[in-house]
Design a protein around this ligand. Structure first.
Ligand code: HEM
Length: 345
C-alpha cells in the first residue's frame, strides 16, 4: 500500500469507524446477510442490484427516502419511470458538456484566488467549499453566498447522515437537528429540487477533491497531472470513492450471484469495493464508473465532478505541492478532510 492509500484509508475508516471496519473486514464475501441487512461487496453484485433488482426508492434510511425527507419533495433519488426520466432530461443540459464548459471560468477564478502561487501554505478545503457552493448556486440560479450555501448543504447532509447509515446506539435529538439544518438550507434554496442538487453536489465534491489532490501530492503524481489530468482525475475518483456506501432497500424478492434477496431487505451497496478502490489496477470493467452508481439513477454530475478535479489538478500541478497537514472531518456526511494544507515544493 502506498503512503497515499494508507493515509486516505484512515480518513475513510475514521468517518464511520464501526460500519467501515465491518465493511473492510467482510470485503472478501461477495454478499453477506446480517439479519435483514445485506452487505453487497462484489462489483458484479453491485451492478446487478443497481440495474436489475427492483428497489424501494422511498424507504426510510435509503438515499431516496432520506433525500425526500430532507428537502420535503419528490426528487430524482426517489423517483421511478417516466417522472424520473423527465427530471433527468431537465438536468442533462445543466450538467452536460456545455453546462460544464460555462462553469470553467468561474472555477478557475475561485481556484486562482485561493491558491495564488502556493508560496504560502494553503488549505484546500475552503477553496473546494467555495468551488462547490458557487457551482450549486450557478446550477440553481441562486444569488446566495456560495460559502454560506455550501455550509448549509454540508450541515443538512451531516445531520441526516447518522439517520441514513446504520447506528448501533440510539441518538436522541438526531431527527430534530436534521430538520433544523434542512430548514436552514431551504431558507437559501426554497425549491426542493435545488436543495437536493446542492446537497448531492457539495458533499461529494468536498469529499472527493481535497482527498484526490492530497493523494496526488503524497504519491508524487504531478508529472502525470501535467501530462494527462483527465485520466488521473478519473483514477483518483475511483481510488477515493467519495460516496462509499449506497443504502438501498429491495422492493421485491430477487437472486443476486446465487444469494437470495428478500423484499424489504436493507441493502448496503459498497461502492468503494465495487470500484476496487483498494486495488492499484482494477480488474472489473465498471470499476471506474462504480463510484458514481450504475443504471438509471447513475450520477448525472459525474462529468462535472471529473472536470472540476481535472481543473484542480492542472492548476496545482505546475507548483508540485506537497501535503503539510491533513485532518479528517469528525462529523462530515461522507469521509472527508476538515483541513488539507498544501504548499509548493
Ligand atoms: C465525486 C463526486 C460525486 C460522486 C462520487 C457522486 C456519486 C453519486 C452516486 C453514487 C449517486 C447514486 C447513483 C445510483 O443510485 O446509482 C449519485 C446520484 C446523484 N448525483 Fe452524484 N456524485 C458526485 C458529484 C455530483 C455532482 C457534482 C452533482 C451535481 C452537480 C451530482 C448530482 C447527483 C444527482 C442529482 C444524483 C441523483 C440521480 C438520480 O437519482 O437519478 N453528483 N451521485
Amino acid at each position: 500500500m502506498t503512503r497515499a492509500s494508507r493515509s486516505d484509508r484512515t480518513v475513510y475508516l475514521r468517518s464511520h469507524p464501526l460500519l467501515f471496519a465491518l465493511l473492510a473486514a467482510t470485503r472478501r464475501r461477495p454478499l453477506l446477510r446480517l439479519g435483514r441487512t445485506v452487505l453487497v461487496h462484489h462489483p458484479d453484485a453491485y451492478r446487478e442490484v443497481l440495474t436489475r433488482v427492483p428497489l424501494d426508492r422511498t424507504a426510510a434510511r435509503t438515499t431516496g427516502g432520506t433525500a425526500a425527507r430532507l428537502t420535503g419533495g419528490s426528487l430524482l433519488f426517489d423517483q421511478q419511470g417516466a417522472e424520473h426520466r423527465t427530471a433527468r432530461r431537465e438536468l442533462a443540459h445543466l450538467l452536460g458538456p456545455a453546462g460544464v464548459a460555462a462553469l470553467q471560468p468561474l472555477w478557475q477564478r475561485i481556484l486562482d484566488r485561493h491558491l495564488g502561487g502556493l508560496t504560502a501554505p494553503v488549505d484546500l478545503v475552503p477553496a473546494v467549499r467555495e468551488l462547490a457552493g458557487a457551482t450549486a448556486a450557478a446550477l440553481t440560479g441562486s444569488d446566495a453566498d456560495p460559502v454560506r450555501l455550501a455550509l448549509a448543504a454540508e450541515r443538512a447532509a451531516a445531520a441526516t447522515a447518522r439517520a441514513h447509515l446504520p447506528a448501533l446506539l440510539p441518538r436522541p435529538g438526531r431527527g430534530r437537528r436534521a430538520r433544523r439544518a434542512a430548514l436552514r438550507l431551504q431558507e437559501l434554496l426554497p425549491d426542493p429540487r435545488d436543495a437536493m442538487l446542492a446537497v448531492a453536489a457539495v458533499n461529494t465534491t468536498l469529499a472527493a477533491l481535497p482527498r484526490a489532490a492530497a493523494w496526488c501530492a503524497r504519491d508524487r503524481l504531478w508529472a502525470q497531472a501535467r501530462h494527462d489530468a483527465p485520466a488521473l482525475a478519473a483514477e483518483l475518483l475511483r481510488r477515493t470513492a467519495a460516496s462509499p456506501v449506497l443504502p438501498r432497500a429491495a422492493a421485491a424478492d430477487a437472486t443476486v450471484l446465487g444469494h437470495r434477496i428478500r423484499r424489504g431487505d436493507r441493502l448496503l451497496l459498497v461502492a468503494r469495493h465495487a470500484a476496487q478502490s483498494h486495488h492499484d489496477t482494477p480488474t472489473h470493467s465498471h470499476a471506474v464508473r462504480a463510484p458514481f452508481g450504475l443504471g438509471p439513477h447513475a450520477c448525472p454530475g459525474a462529468a462535472l465532478a471529473r472536470a472540476q478535479l481535472t481543473l484542480l489538478l492542472s492548476t496545482l500541478a505546475p507548483h508540485r505541492p506537497r501535503v503539510l497537514r491533513t485532518a479528517p472531518h469528525p462529523a462530515g456526511a461522507l469521509p472527508s478532510y476538515r483541513t488539507c494544507i498544501v504548499r509548493a515544493s
